[in-house]
Design a binder for this molecule. Structure first.
Ligand code: UDP
Ligand code: MG
Length: 320
């Protein structure tokens, strides 16, 4: 990492945009002002930039980015060939700029996440944090439904063994060094929120209040939200497979109890012919099948994790 005492760091803001023609002009201005303010305070270098990633927008977003870029060199633009989704657009931006900056801050184009939190992020970065999470202090601006589902989701993910920072979305600072480590995660299904905590390193948190979206509408309809939630579970956890194994085992145990019960009834003579055989078979075979599927699943889960070829460690310091 560069020495913060000597020069102020080059900070890049990375902003994924999908059909954001309404929000972009307003947001770009605010981001530019924020950057200028930090440059003036000599907290960040004047080589800092704002990079918009157009995620295959169908409206005038790219034209808007082009004209911002023509107006002022502080704005840069990356255009994806098609809509790849928020996470991939963000990753594309981060990976493109990672060698040009000392740290990158990812934030949404609608500026629902308070831009003033950037000050705190930069400060903590200068204090030696490699990752700084923006965490929502309250979610009163979100609908009760969104809040409720989000809360349940965080809890469920925890139960699945996925480490998530509570009430943190994708508003975060990452040092170029952490970005380099992140580039080692070559998986196709990216769920950054779950991946970044896996990296380790010194982390910090900045709290802010989340505002409602001012321009345009949410680009995350319920359908995309559910897909995103499902992606989070399946790309990070193989616990669902384990649950099948447990279920199979439980049913197998029940079948043993059934065997005893059925035999008792059989010898007491309370049965029609063939019932004993059928009842025990149904439970026994059902349980064994689930158990077997679960065991096969365990191996598939292992194969799945292996195919991701994730880095096995990250070295923080090497004294030599
Ligand atoms: N976004 C994107 N690609 C998509 C959907 C969304 O790049 O396919 C961007 C969008 O432009 C915004 C950010 O992801 O900058 C978050 O989207 P939004 O604000 O609509 O989500 P919400 O705040 O409602 O969860
Ligand atoms: Mg938003």
């Amino acid at each position: 990492m560069m020495n913060p005492e000597k020069t102020s760091p080059v900070i890049y803001l990375v902003v994924p945009c999908y059909n954001e023609e309404e929000a972009l002009p307003v947001s770009a201005k605010k981001m530019q002002e924020k950057l200028a303010q930090l440059v003036q305070q000599e907290k960040i270098s004047q080589n800092s930039r704002i990079v918009f990633v157009d995620d295959g927008s169908k409206d005038e977003t790219w034209r808007c980015i082009e004209s911002l870029h023509a107006e002022n060199a502080v704005f840069r633009g990356i255009r994806l060939s098609r809509n790849c989704g928020h996470q991939r657009a963000l990753l594309a931006g981060l990976m493109t700029v990672r060698s040009q900056c000392d740290a990158a801050i990812s934030l949404d184009a609608d500026l629902q996440d308070d831009i003033n939190a950037i000050d705190g992020m930069v400060e903590q970065f200068l204090d030696g944090c490699e990752i700084v999470y923006g965490v929502r202090r309250d979610r009163t601006s979100d609908s009760a439904f969104k809040r409720g589902t989000a809360q349940t989701y965080y809890k469920m993910m925890r139960a699945m063994g996925v480490e998530l920072v509570y009430d943190h979305a994708d508003y975060r600072l990452m040092s170029s060094r952490v970005l380099a480590e992140l580039s080692g995660y070559e998986e196709v299904n990216v769920f950054l929120r779950g991946l970044v905590p896996m990296l380790g390193f010194r982390t910090g948190e900045v709290y802010y209040a989340r505002a409602p979206r001012m321009q345009g509408e949410s680009k995350y309809p319920l359908r995309k939200m559910l897909a995103f939630a499902f992606e989070g579970v399946t790309s990070l956890s193989i616990k669902p497979i384990r649950m099948i194994t447990f279920l199979g085992f439980a049913i197998f145990l029940v079948s043993l109890a059934m065997l005893v019960y059925v035999l008792i009834r059989h010898f007491l003579g309370y049965t029609v012919v063939g019932w004993t055989f059928l009842a025990v078979s149904v439970w026994g075979i059902g349980g064994l099948q689930l158990l077997s599927i679960g065991i096969v699943g365990e191996y598939i889960g292992k194969i799945y994790l292996e195919t991701k070829r994730r880095p096995r460690y990250h070295i923080e310091t090497y004294l030599q």
